[in-house]
Design a protein around this ligand. Sequence first.
Ligand code: ADP
Ligand code: GLC
Length: 488
Amino acid sequence: MRREVVFVTSEMYPFSKSGGLGDVLGAQPLALHRMGVPTSVITPFYGRLRTADYGIHLTISDCHVGYPWDPITCDVYEADYHGMKVYFVHRGEYFDRRYYYNDHKGDYFDNCERFIFFCRAVMALLRRLGTPPAVLHANDWQSGLVPAYLHFWRQTDPFWADTRSVMTIHNLAFQGRFASRLFTGCGLPPQAWTMSGVEFWGDFNVLKAGIAYADMVTTVSPSYAREILGPAYGCGLEGILQARQHALHGILNGADYGIWNPAQDKFLPCRYGPEDPQGFAGKQRCKTALLDELGLAPELAHRPVLGFIGRLRGQKGIDLLLDIVPRLMERDVGVIILGEGNLAHEARALDLMETYRGRLCAVVGYTEDLAHRIQAGSDIFLMPSRYEPCGLTQMYALRYGTPPVATAVGGLRDTIMPWPSPEATGFTFGRSDPQLFLEAILDAVHYWEHDTEGWRAMMIRAMRQDFSWERAGRSYVNLYRQLGFDFS
Ligand code: ADP
Ligand code: GLC
């Protein structure tokens, strides 16, 4: 039996998604699988999953996990997802909840227990399946203990001896930091409790465990890989990241063009593409339909419409956008905001919608299909992130011919060629400052108004950018090769 790369993740689209992590894990393992790398995925069985979808069926019942008390078990469900196996760890008390990690009151109180349980269940399941993986590929803090278990267990248990691990950081700001007492009984030996291990200012830091003990650490863009080595973006982990710098790689995510492609997007009222002579007419029809759907003034069909999609959190710089709305309105543009998150930002966005009825629409909530229609129906995509490990929405915006205006950070810097370069695909500004953001938007609006041909050429260049997973997948295959595996 060929040994596999096993992805461990708390989200995988279409089974679960709260943001980009879900998109990435919905595409990356499958892309590798299609490239001939034997791949499978292990993820939680959340309450909203229906077993009828994708033929999900029970494969192991009562798999012994032994955390937090010894007799505890999980059930394991399995699906064949386009020829690739996906395993779902089921334990209702942990995963059968309305949200993944938090509700409006804050993080679930037992997140540490939930994801220690998950990581231990992953190890128990792999043991039970009987073939040690070639590579265990963990993602974000929720699976951060997996590389740590592997590191310690393979020292004494021959089953794990030839398995290697990769820890991918999708967002360093979410670390899974908990009280030290939760370390007790998690399954790591006492020697992991050091400054170069899981201990972090007296607390138990789960992501740090993954960074400290994985054989390779990756993050989701080359720029972010450099940024996190310093205090401005390192979130306190810059020390351990510097210590592990030789094992740290920045690999730009891909976009799943099977799902995010205006030429075949099932959520759009009509489809379009860069080669299509009707392309601009098609996008214009998507715009008119979107204005109608959201109750925006029909005259905006002849003015630039600016779209924002994202978590309403500090990371995404939504406050910068809300600050400059009055100035934008003076320029007679339309603004569409889709997002949820911080209650104060949500309320402020809804207030602005009252003030600028017909010109600004804020949809508070999470709506997958509307996100597609905003990508297609906007002229300019706004992404004033304070930091951005990779960012997928700007990649989607490029493909939908919606040039982004974005902060020049992280993955935004790596994916957008800024105006006024002749190769420009969008607009960037230096740091997250509302005035700089406003100026960059006004540059874009001015260009849209005064140079129709130039703008169209920019749209076509944007739509032809290729951030496919085939390209990113090759970088991961090279990484696995460096760990000693050749899957070809
Ligand atoms: P992050 O993972 O930091 O949230 P990304 O740009 O990598 O940012 O990915 C965000 C993903 O989540 C995209 O697929 C985007 O369309 C989606 N998304 C974010 N907020 C919403 C929302 N309110 N409704 C629908 N989709 C959303
Ligand atoms: C995180 C990051 C985002 C990235 C996504 C997928 O949520 O915030 O920048 O695109 O993970 O890697």
